[in-house]
Design a protein around this ligand. Structure first.
Ligand SMILES: Nc1ncnc2c1ncn2[C@@H]1O[C@H](COP(=O)(O)OP(=O)(O)OP(=O)(O)O)[C@@H](O)[C@H]1O
Length: 607
């Protein structure tokens, strides 16, 4: 066995690569590969830990300089290596179309793109004549193009659909009408639809269930009858196996469903999406919902954004499909040339029905996407009732503001009213761009807990203390709690005052679990923007790193700010100096993947 190579040891020591990256490099060397090849592998592995699916060979350069420089161009290193090869060569690293992958991630991408490609070409079999009358019952005539109606029409024809749009554009309303329409159609042939609704986190699943229930109430009664759908998390749907990354459901044991709706698809990472598609029966219909502009998944990949990349924010059907949908919806749709294998499978909803697009939150969200700093700043002046900006925040001020808004939460708990405590908790939320730093979740949660203790609202600041509002950070299938679930620690008055962590399930049912059974958690008073995906709050307070914390600026981007802004239902307060705010607007979240290329109109079938 080789001792650690000094260069690898130094890169590890200096934190340039992780122990996982260095172990891979070391494996390469032990197999007789060159240091160049080993460090190339370490770099790909390092990029995976930064959520990239792969690296583009031509863009690698000299990432380890000045500690180490490759002695040859990366393509030469690949050519000479026995551990790096083309897809068919079954080697640990795969070089495909100029992109270098760890084999596992290449497989995920390949498997997902193949599954989507196959489904994209399939039709449901319902005819325009069957769909049109039901569509006309569900949608009132409209003078402008009704993209919701167009989305329902196209998803009634296609086996695979993506319905995307910003917050409040009616994704849930649209999918509810679609489900109602499809159920009615299925009823005509006496074949009830087995529908699964899934979201990446428990919180998002609960919200989906609530929104669907709300949207159903607005439907004519005969559309509601016979429509049954169960909402769950993707992990629960697939059946997590404790301690394993695999699931109970996979290609050899597919899910028993006819139709799957995945909400908040932007949060689903590449491995999970790939496993989800693998577990689908061949004939099942799939609809992905989400906002492509939001932050990408916490883990590897940016599946939804990649799938939507060709659309550039608009629906782009080809001429045949545009004509078909135009006839069903009695409208004139623009037609586009050949762009992607999935161009007829995607509808972008444009109009927000939640907040007036001309209102503060909607306007700011648009200016953030446009990366326009002066126009974004102008929004704060134009909408003082809905938007505020503090360019010189202090910890003291943030802590005071949060503790004031938590008063109602502790009042509700004092009255043993856990349901109300949950409601109050979701009224105001402090969102941080980072975990670390003066204005990161770690420091702010600690400072808020200290203050709450000084105020006598909590008795201690560690462990599962009574009154703690927390978020679960790990899935535990056996207990039925999942990453992103929100809980409140409070005694169970009906069980000898036993301290429990309470969760609010879909349908507003409380469920108490003993703290010892809960996996990892963190306090919720300050939450990262990443963790806030899939949630909404009446008032969002968002804080960016301090102007002097430049090492934290690299994680800032417009998707993060957009996600923070669009979590606000009514008010958005920003706490940020101009420098970090400028960085948010300057930088875009860029994740390297080959998914869009694999779905390009002229792409070959995969290996
Ligand atoms: N066509 C419409 N006309 C009037 N109101 C609508 C329409 N579509 C949706 N709404 C209303 O707008 C609000 C947001 O709709 P919905 O929840 O469907 O949007 P969404 O895109 O799923 O939102 P998000 O993902 O941000 O939660 C709801 O109150 C809904 O009733």
């Amino acid at each position: 066995m080789l001792v650690q190579h000094p260069i690898i040891a130094t890169l590890l020591e200096q934190g340039v690569i992780s122990s996982l990256d260095s172990a891979l490099a070391r494996n390469f060397l032990e197999a007789g590969e060159s240091l160049d090849a080993g460090l190339l592998a370490a770099w790909v592995s390092h990029q995976v830990s930064r959520q990239q699916t792969c690296v583009i060979l031509q863009e690698i350069g000299q990432p380890f300089a000045p500690l180490f420089s490759f002695s040859q161009m990366p393509d030469r290193i690949c050519e000479q290596s026995h551990w790096i090869g083309l897809p068919a060569q079954t080697r640990p690293l795969v070089l495909d179309n100029g992109r270098l992958y760890l084999r596992r991630y290449w497989q995920y991408e390949q498997s997902l793109s193949n599954a989507i490609r196959i489904r994209a070409g399939q039709v449901t079999g319902w005819s325009a004549e069957q769909i049109k009358p039901l569509l006309d019952e569900l949608f009132a005539p409209s003078v402008e193009l009704d993209w919701q109606k167009i989305a329902v029409a196209s998803a009634a024809l296609n086996k695979f659909s993506i319905i995307t749009g910003g917050p409040g554009t009616g994704k849930t309303t649209t999918v509810t009408r679609l489900l109602a329409l499809l159920s009615r159609l299925a009823g005509t042939v006496n074949r009830p639809l087995n529908i699964a609704l899934a979201a990446p986190t428990g919180k998002a699943a609960a919200r989906l269930s609530e929104s669907i229930a709300g949207a159903l109430e607005k439907l004519p009664a005969d559309f509601r009858a016979g429509l049954h759908a169960k909402t769950t998390t993707i992990h629960r749907l697939l059946g997590s196996i404790p301690g394993r990354t695999g699931f109970n459901h996979h290609s050899d044991n597919p899910l028993n469903i006819d139709l799957l709706v995945v909400d908040e698809a932007s949060m689903v990472d590449l491995p999970l999406m790939s496993k989800l598609f693998e577990a689908l029966p061949a004939e099942a219909q799939v609809i992905l919902l989400g906002d492509q502009q939001q932050l990408a998944s916490v883990e590897v990949g940016s599946v939804l954004a990649d799938l939507c990349a060709f659309s550039e924010g608009e629906t782009r059907f080809n001429a045949d499909f545009a004509a078909q949908i135009s006839a069903i919806c009695a409208v004139e749709l623009p037609a586009f040339g050949t762009l992607s294998r999935i161009q007829n499978n995607l509808v972008v909803l444009q109009k927000s029905h939640r907040f007036d697009a001309a209102g503060g939150v909607g306007r700011l969200a648009r200016q953030v996407l446009a990366q326009d700093l002066p126009a974004s700043l102008a929004c704060f002046e134009d909408f003082p009732q809905q938007l505020s900006w503090d360019s010189n925040p202090t910890t003291e001020q943030l802590v005071s503001q949060c503790c004031t808004s938590l008063q109602g939460y502790f009042d509700a708990l004092a009255q043993d009213d856990i349901c109300r405590a949950f409601r109050v908790l979701s009224a105001n939320q402090l969102l941080c761009a980072t975990r670390r730093g003066r204005f990161g979740t770690e420091a702010l949660n600690q400072a808020i807990e200290q203050r709450l203790m000084q105020q006598g609202l909590i008795g201690r600041t560690d462990g599962f203390y009574p009154g703690r509002a927390l978020m679960v950070t790990q899935n535990d299938h056996s207990v039925g709690v999942y990453n992103g679930d929100i809980g409140i620690v409070w005694p169970d008055a009906t069980d000898q005052g036993l301290l429990k962590v309470w969760f609010m399930d879909a349908g507003n049912q409380l469920r108490g679990i003993l703290p010892g059974r809960i996996p990892a958690v963190e306090s919720l008073y300050a939450m990262t923007v990443h963790k806030s995906q899939g949630s909404e709050f009446d008032h969002v307070l968002m804080v960016l790193p301090g102007a002097d914390e430049q090492t934290l600026f690299k994680g800032l981007n417009r998707e993060m700010l957009y996600t923070g802004v669009t979590r606000a239902k009514q008010r958005f307060s920003l706490f940020a100096a101009k420098a970090p705010l400028g960085m948010c607007l300057e930088q875009q979240c860029a994740r390297t993947s080959g998914l869009s290329d694999r779905l390009a109109a002229d792409s070959e079938t995969g290996n």
